[in-house]
Design a binder for this molecule. Sequence first.
Ligand SMILES: [Zn+2]
Length: 173
Amino acid sequence: MDSMDAKPTGDAAGRGAAAASQPAPARTVVVPAEVAEAIRRHAAEAYPNECCGALFGTEAVLTAMLPLPNVTNEGPRRRFLVLPDDYRAADVHAREAGTDLAGFYHSHPDHPARPSRYDLDHAWPFFIYVIVSVQQGEPRDMTSWRLRDDRTAFDADVLDIRSEKADRWLTRS
Ligand SMILES: [Zn+2]
C-alpha cells in the first residue's frame, strides 16, 4: 500500500533519492481575470461540493474555461474526477472553439488549494491543474499545478491573473 513512503535510503551515502523526484522549475500561467472569476463563481455555486471544469488555451496562457458536471461513485462532495465523457466533451469543445484542452480546474471546499493524494493519483501528465479553495462558501486562494514527470508529486506554477483581453498576449508570440 504505502510502500513508496518510509523506505530508508540506507547506506548509499549521498547518492540518495532518485534524481527523478526533483521539483521542476516553476512556470508561469497567464489567466484572464474573467476566466479566473468564472472559476471562482463555479466553485462558490458548487459549495459545499467540489466543482470541476476544463481549461483551454496553451500551457502558458489559459483563455477559456468550461464547467463540467462533477459525478463520482462516492458522491460529489469530496472526490474530483473527470470522466471519459467529460474529457471527450471538453476535447470536442476545444476543437470547435479552435483551441486546445490545456487542463482542468476543481475546488477544495473548506480545504487549502493544494493537491490531495487523490488528485495526484488521478492526474494526467502535461495538463495544468488549477485548484481553488472555498472557505465557508467564499472562494479564496487559487493555485496551479503540474504533474512531475515521474508522477510522484505536483509542482506549483505561478498564476498570473491579468485584466487585459487575452488576444493582447496571444499575438505576442
Ligand atoms: Zn483536489
